[in-house]
Design a binder for this molecule. Structure first.
Ligand SMILES: Cc1ncc(COP(=O)(O)O)c(C=O)c1O
Length: 467
């Protein structure tokens, strides 16, 4: 066997070997930017391969942008790419703690960074095998599914299935009342476009999911926070905020609230809806953690019958954050305008994602997966509480389920300082004030129990707490 064929049989195909040879010549500056490559026939002879192998290798290098073809003249070396800027890689230690701090630090973190502060499950907690199987199934889908825009409301059988699932939580929604979106975030964004004008007031919980602040700011809303208790918003202060600010909208999570893990009690839900009725307030109930629940909590949308409550969700937390698929269940007479807004801002929507989610829901793999998730999360919750206890980090409440544990630090410690020091040691934490409009949560950290299993985390936090 000659050298080239031996090399290709050790690893890679003949085409890859030809590509590697061209790359080596460029790196060694035997071929400089603008230089013409040997003709296909000549190079095939030099490399002792067929001309079709060289044609394919040249085509692939051209697709990568390493070389380019000039019809009639041959192939030429392209200019070098700008090098990756190392300054943009790694944690941003100098950034102030703001609503986007945790998202940026978590999304940009490299593989060796621990992320007990991030808001999603580790990739290996997701149903990898079922996802791969569903992706293989999609490869056989009809041409239209692979190439065409989705319908305005989104995949009808998925909307039907979602309507049935909501029914299990007491929410009566017909499939025609459900609009598929690309994510929970997009669902909220569309609703803000529909329901508020710049300058309108929106109520949020204090603390709440930090991206509510960021998104509402992007819509130029005036944001007012209402303190959150273990059973829902503080109703006296809620009533006061209604009278004082005449808000247009309230955004909340009824079950497994982010960041506290608390759940709305039936009494609070009932009183809240009465207050909303009296003040003509619309409520967006973001139910993205619904499937982590073992015992379903009361839903505002169920009591209200989707009249002034809009219900949203997505599959980012339970299935995949990479497959973007969410939904809105809204009063029937909003659907036309929501659909127009969806078309004007995204046109078709994530058809492939919807197909993928539908196939996983339909074949039962999703249901099995979330059952396992609930058990794993419940064990991880106990583990994390036990780990944190000896260093004086205490849970505000013991959540009924889910991934979040809202914990207070010992007196005198500031969570932002602790988070900055931990970040320098490769651990992303979630300091309380990123979630608090009034910035009164400086003693709190939110832990994601699924991301808190590495013992290095505890060492780094204990060191960061010592200062
Ligand atoms: C309460 C809440 N709503 C919405 C989202 C956004 O989810 P999605 O990935 O579907 O945009 C998150 C993500 O962390 C969240 O915690």
């Amino acid at each position: 066997m000659d050298g080239l064929h031996a090399a290709s049989s050790r690893g890679g195909t003949l085409i890859e070997t030809v590509m590697a040879t061209v790359r080596q010549r460029i790196a060694a500056r035997q071929l400089t930017p603008g230089a013409k490559l040997p003709s296909v026939r000549a190079f095939a002879k030099t490399m002792q391969v067929s001309t079709s192998t060289v044609v394919e290798a040249y085509e692939r290098l051209a697709a990568e942008g390493v070389i380019r073809s000039r019809p009639g003249s041959g192939f030429f070396v392209c200019g070098p790419l700008a090098p990756l800027s190392l300054a943009e890689v790694g944690p941003r230690l100098d950034r102030e703690i703001d609503p986007l701090w945790i998202s940026r630090q978590s999304l940009e973190a490299g593989g060796d960074i621990l992320k007990p502060g991030c808001g999603w499950l580790p990739a290996d907690w997701m149903p990898q095998q079922a996802l791969r199987r569903a992706l293989r199934g999609l490869a056989h889908a009809k041409d239209m599914v692979l190439a065409d825009y989705g319908t305005p409301l989104g995949l009808a059988p998925l909307r039907q299935l979602l309507a049935r699932r909501m029914g299990e939580h007491g929410i009566e929604a017909s499939p025609e009342q459900i609009v598929l979106t690309e994510s929970g975030t997009q669902a909220i964004d569309l609703l803000c476009r529909l329901l508020i004008e710049p300058g309108d007031t929106v109520l949020v919980d204090d603390p709440c999911y930090f991206n509510f602040h960021a998104l509402l700011r992007a819509h130029r809303a005036k944001i007012v926070g209402v303190p959150y208790t273990p059973t829902g918003p503080d109703l006296d202060l809620f009533a006061q905020a209604l009278a004082e600010h005449r808000p247009r909208l309230y955004i909340t999570n009824s079950a497994l609230h982010n960041p506290t893990g608390a759940t709305l009690s039936p009494v609070t839900a009932h009183r809240l809806l009465k207050l909303a009725d009296q003040s003509d307030l619309t409520i967006v109930e973001d139910d993205i953690f619904a499937d982590f629940e073992t015992e379903p909590a009361p839903r505002l949308a169920a009591f209200d019958g989707l009249s002034r409550v809009v219900h949203i969700g997505s599959f980012s937390k339970t299935l995949s954050a990479s497959v973007r698929c969410g939904f809105i269940a809204a009063p029937s007479d909003w659907i036309e305008r929501l659909t127009d807004l969806k078309i004007s801002t995204t046109f078709g929507g994530g058809r492939l994602s919807a197909e993928l989610v539908f196939s996983l829901l339909k074949d039962g793999s999703y249901r099995k997966h979330v059952e396992t998730l609930r058990q794993r999360l419940s064990a991880a919750m106990v583990d994390t509480m036990q780990q944190l206890e000896p260093i004086g980090v205490r849970p505000w409440i013991e959540p009924r389920a889910g991934m979040f544990l809202w914990c207070s630090l010992p007196d005198g410690l500031d969570a932002a300082d602790v988070a900055r020091r931990a970040l320098a040691d490769g651990v992303v934490l979630a300091p309380g004030n990123a979630f608090s409009l009034s910035r009164t949560a400086s003693r709190f950290l939110r832990f994601n129990v699924a991301q808190s299993k590495d013992t290095r985390m505890l060492e780094v936090i204990a060191k960061a707490m010592r200062g």
